[in-house]
Design a protein around this ligand. Structure first.
Ligand code: ADP
Ligand code: G6P
Length: 503
């Protein structure tokens, strides 16, 4: 990553997320090793933490029997942004495995994930999971307070003592309660800090949100922050609406402000971007991996029911029925990373996909061609960049998705001329912002097939025009821009600190 682009915060920064930016694993000698994670959040936030001498609080991805076993340093060959994160800058949250399972799989994955994606029928509301969510959030808050105290202590001995207030940035639906407890403890200890929250998934409309029996508590937890960020304005408005209707808060919809407990909380749309230049570089260097003369339609997703994978396969089947001219000339390459495999909904989806791929391939395969190539597994960043670069169509059709980074990574890697075509669902945050993509409602199988046909037959000049606009926007609004916007909205980028009041 390029140091020149690194955004820095004025005060020390503490990032809090369910997962640390790496997972710990044991090698065959039983020694702990770090495995870097290359997600967009890590790439964006890790340099800010490293440069600002900040801390990262999170779960290490493994249950450690010995609570004192130290976190290892990164591998000397690790070139990811996380490599600079020294082990004394990492606070590893250790939670009893049974409680963790109920908090993570039960509450986060079986309740909040489906509910916030407006699929309440897939949610199982259990009081036990909620109670463990509360316990886990308290533990994250306690660890964050410990980190805050250490930061304040070291700041008080540094040259900038007293000038810059530490910034705590809490991420995602796993930790919607933690911020309020951090605020209360910091106030009790007389420690000044700023608190920001970012939700990486959609925030649902009120009539969905209120199905959750403890929805008031969630809002109160989030309102412990000075600012709450979402990808798009619609999610901001949903949140503001819920604050008003659930809690009776005074709100300002135009300026996105919520009054709560004598404070004014700012709500901001901050659409996340990707490390655009890094993907371009990967695409420039990656060797060719697709040895085919057929046009490739590409899908890249975690195997998750929100991604619309079943609908996507059916749309492709419909394309082959309605437009037989594409037979033997076009293949669908679907890469699906295993995800949340302890949860039944995900196990069921895996089975459904296996059967559907088998059925469609069985129906159309010829001696020279299989319509669907299905990879159940993760691929390396190099390979991914090559797939994105060499595919004719990026097919991103979730039923619901907070943003969807795959759509953005696809356009970044489309460096060949003439380029391919992006198809995106209007129900993803990316569908709201990537206007030059072909928009496809995944629920309408036959029109989805027609949109794929249109993409496959689109004239070159139209493809160039659309892709140029898409790439320009993603390059400008990349992940550094996102981090900078967050810090700026928190008053932690420059010295300015804006005060908003509801008049
Ligand atoms: P979500 O956050 O719901 O998983 P996004 O599309 O926003 O969805 O982000 C997914 C991230 O995971 C992207 O950065 C993408 O490159 C990566 N990813 C998805 N599928 C794979 C895969 N099969 N192999 C490697 N990386 C993947
Ligand atoms: C989404 C969520 C992240 C989460 C990721 C992978 O992107 O917004 O918070 O980390 O999915 O899911 P997992 O359950 O494996 O952490």
């Amino acid at each position: 990553f390029d140091n020149e682009d690194v955004v820095t915060s004025s005060g020390s920064m503490i990032v809090v997320s369910n997962r640390l930016p790496f997972v710990l694993q044991r090698n065959k000698d039983g020694k702990l090793i770090r495995k870097a994670s290359a997600g967009g959040l890590v790439t964006a936030v890790a340099p800010v933490v490293v440069n600002g001498n900040g801390l990262w609080v999170g779960w290490p991805g493994i249950h450690l029997e010995d609570p004192l076993e130290p976190i290892p340093e990164s591998d000397p060959n690790d070139i990811t942004p996380t490599a600079g994160l020294k082990s004394d800058k990492v606070v590893s949250v250790r939670i009893d495995p049974k409680i963790f399972n109920s908090y993570y799989n039960g509450c986060c994955n079986e309740i909040f994930w489906p509910l916030f994606h407006s699929m309440p029928d897939r949610a199982t509301f259990k009081g036990e999971h909620w109670r463990n969510y509360v316990i886990a959030n308290k533990e994250f808050a306690r660890c964050t307070m410990k980190a805050l105290k250490s930061v304040v202590k070291s700041d008080s001995t540094s040259a900038s003592a007293g000038q810059n207030i530490p910034l705590i940035w809490v991420h995602d639906y796993h930790l919607m309660l933690a911020a309020n407890w951090i605020r209360q403890s910091a106030e009790e200890e007389g420690i000044a800090c700023k608190l920001g929250f970012f939700l990486h998934i959609p925030f649902p409309p009120w009539d969905i949100f209120r199905l959750f029996p403890w929805s008031d508590e969630i809002l109160q937890g989030m309102l412990g922050c000075d600012m709450v960020g979402f990808h798009i304005t619609d999610y901001c408005l949903n949140f503001v609406d819920c604050c008003q209707r659930n809690l009776g808060c005074r709100v300002d919809r135009k300026n996105l402000l919520v009054e709560h407990g004598g404070r004014t909380v700012r709500v901001r749309p901050l659409p996340i971007g990707i490390p655009f230049d890094r993907f371009v570089e990967l695409a420039e260097k990656a060797p060719k991996v697709l040895s085919t003369t057929q046009k490739i339609i590409l899908g890249v997703d975690r195997l998750d029911y929100t991604k619309g994978l079943v609908h996507r396969l059916r749309a492709f089947e419909s394309l082959l029925e309605k437009h037989p001219e594409h037979k033997e000339n076009v293949s669908l390459l679907q890469i699906a990373v295993p995800s949340r495999t302890d949860v039944k909904e995900y196990q069921d989806l895996k089975e459904e996909m296996d059967q559907l791929v088998g059925r469609i391939n069985g129906r159309f395969t010829t001696p020279n061609w299989s319509p669907i190539r299905y990879i159940y597994g993760a691929v390396s960043q190099d390979e991914l960049a090559a797939f994105y670069r060499d595919s004719a169509i990026g097919l991103v059709t979730p039923l619901r998705d907070g943003m969807n980074l795959v759509a953005k990574e696809f356009v970044a890697c489309q460096i060949s001329t003439p380029p391919g075509v992006l198809i995106v669902s209007p129900f993803a945050g990316a569908g709201e912002t990537m206007h030059e993509a072909l928009i496809c409602n995944p629920y309408e199988i036959t029109s989805a097939a027609e949109i794929i046909h249109r993409a496959l037959t689109m004239p070159e000049d139209e493809r160039i025009l659309r892709m140029n606009y898409l790439r320009r926007r993603e390059k400008l609004n990349d992940v550094n821009y996102w981090t900078r916007s967050f810090l700026s909205a928190m008053g932690s980028l420059a010295t300015q600190d804006d005060h908003d009041d509801i008049g």
